[in-house]
Design a protein around this ligand. Structure first.
Ligand code: DLL
Length: 423
């Protein structure tokens, strides 16, 4: 679709959506009235800025089903994401919402080169988390054979991946790394595995992590983005150019705003990603603040797709650490660690405040082939990493190196930062 055609489609859908939520969602009727607007004020997609923002707190305050706009009898699926505090955030879908979600994610799978001849091992968690069922439905939609493994039970994962000839692996990048290492330790030689495509998302990861995963697993690794409140995995996906993630903007309209002021930012500037549902029935959200930081690019991609692209997520506004006045995203630390060959993709950062000064303890795992019990060798490696961290991030760390498997593994979203400071 050309940009003009897309704007036309988005305008038409937004007009309908504004009328739909105004009529069917008491939450939005009230918000529209507070802002002194009616659906008639929404004539085209540029009018989106007149609509109210929606925040996670709104979903929590109206837990569980307060933002529902369809009848409950039309709801066919209830997902929830736990988050770290308070009540879970609930996401409802009707049958047609699920179909659009499947369509979104299967566009991604096709872009990755997946076909009906593939065998897809889905190792995202099944359950309230949207990863498992989301990947499952999309793989099935393109006709691939799905192995509904869920996460965990790593030994069995490897045996079945080997015996069933899985060609696609869907899981978090951190779990993929764990699986890759477990394959090396397994009785099966890597050449007996048929894996070719990795479908990795649900947490931030870096270009350096991609390289490591591709090397370790012998695959091509693709990024998939999504969030429960908007749909689940498949809101955005990479194509073969891997030049950002295409957003399914005919269903989920993206905007980038200044995280503090909410003012829209121009193309290419990094800010907070917001989504407006253009077709959702069960629980449509207007200008939903994701807290995820990225930038949008509208020029046509070399793959031929015209769907807008977003940069790989650099982190969440609430993930950004301010350590001794320096802004740091965990992805920057990962990028530095993985730029050196000696270190594995397993690390943990503990930030604390002692005598009014921020402290940051970083534990990084050394790869088995580089690990040594010789303290001089280890100290050399430690100094090298420390110097690189200081030059790239501008901070000194209390860095300790640990032996292989010395950092706890995760089978879902990795928890790599512990901030013990009280604000
Ligand atoms: O993580 C949905 C998902 C499942 C996406 C499987 C991809 C693959 P939630 O649990 O609601 O949903 O968490 C959503 O995870 O706002 C981002 O902060 C983060 N996230 C998701 N995908 C990516 C990604 C699922 N590819 C939150 N890169 C989002 C970076 C991601 N962060």
């Amino acid at each position: 679709m050309s940009r003009e055609e897309m704007r036309e489609l988005q305008s038409e859908r937004l007009r309908k959506m504004a009328a739909y939520v105004y009529k069917n969602s008491p939450f939005y009727t009230k918000r529209f009235k507070q802002l002194g607007i009616t659906p008639d004020d929404i004539r085209d997609i540029n009018d989106i800025v007149k609509l109210p923002f929606t925040n996670k707190i709104d979903l929590r305050d109206h837990y569980p089903f307060g933002l529902r706009a369809s009848s409950m009898s039309d709801v066919v699926r209830i997902h929830a994401s736990s988050g770290t505090t308070g009540k879970p955030v609930v996401a409802l879908s009707t049958q047609s919402d699920l179909e659009r979600w499947q369509e979104s994610f299967s566009r991604g799978l096709v872009a990755y080169g997946a076909t009906k001849d593939d065998v897809a091992q889905v190792s995202y968690g099944y359950g309230l988390f949207t990863g498992g069922l989301g990947a499952h439905d999309a793989c099935q939609k393109i006709g691939a054979a799905v192995i509904p493994m869920s996460s965990g039970n790593t030994e069995k994962q490897i045996t079945l991946m080997h015996d069933f000839g899985a060609t696609i692996l869907c899981c978090t990048p951190s779990y993929a790394m764990y699986l890759g290492e477990a394959i090396k330790d397994s009785p099966y030689p890597r050449k007996e595995f048929k894996l070719r495509i990795g479908v990795f998302g649900a947490e931030p990861w870096t270009e350096n992590m991609r390289k490591k995963l591709e090397e370790t697993l012998g695959i091509k690794a693709y990024d998939v983005y999504g969030l429960s409140e908007v749909a689940g995995p498949g809101v955005g996906f990479e194509c073969e150019c891997q030049h950002g993630l295409h957003i399914n903007e005919d269903y989920y309209y993206p905007e980038i705003v200044n995280p503090t002021t909410g003012q829209p930012l121009p193309e290419g500037e990094v800010g907070e990603l917001c989504f407006t549902h253009l077709t959702k029935e069960a629980m449509p959200l207007m200008r939903y603040r994701t807290h995820d930081l990225t930038a949008l690019h509208y020029e046509k991609c070399s793959c031929g797709r015209t769907l807008v692209r977003m940069d790989r997520i650099m982190g969440r506004c609430d993930d950004m650490l301010i350590i001794r006045g320096v802004n740091v995203f965990p992805t920057q630390i990962e990028s530095v660690i993985l730029s050196l060959p000696e270190f594995a993709a397993h690390y943990i950062l503990v930030v604390d405040r002692v005598n009014n000064t921020d402290t940051c303890e970083l534990k990084v795992e050394v790869k088995p082939e580089f690990y040594s019990t010789d303290v001089v060798v280890l100290e050399g490696m430690r100094k090298k990493l420390l110097a690189k961290l200081r030059s790239v991030i501008g901070l000194g760390f209390q860095l300790s190196l640990v032996e292989p498997k010395g950092v706890e593994r995760s089978t879902g979203k990795a928890k790599r930062v512990v901030d013990k400071r009280k604000f």
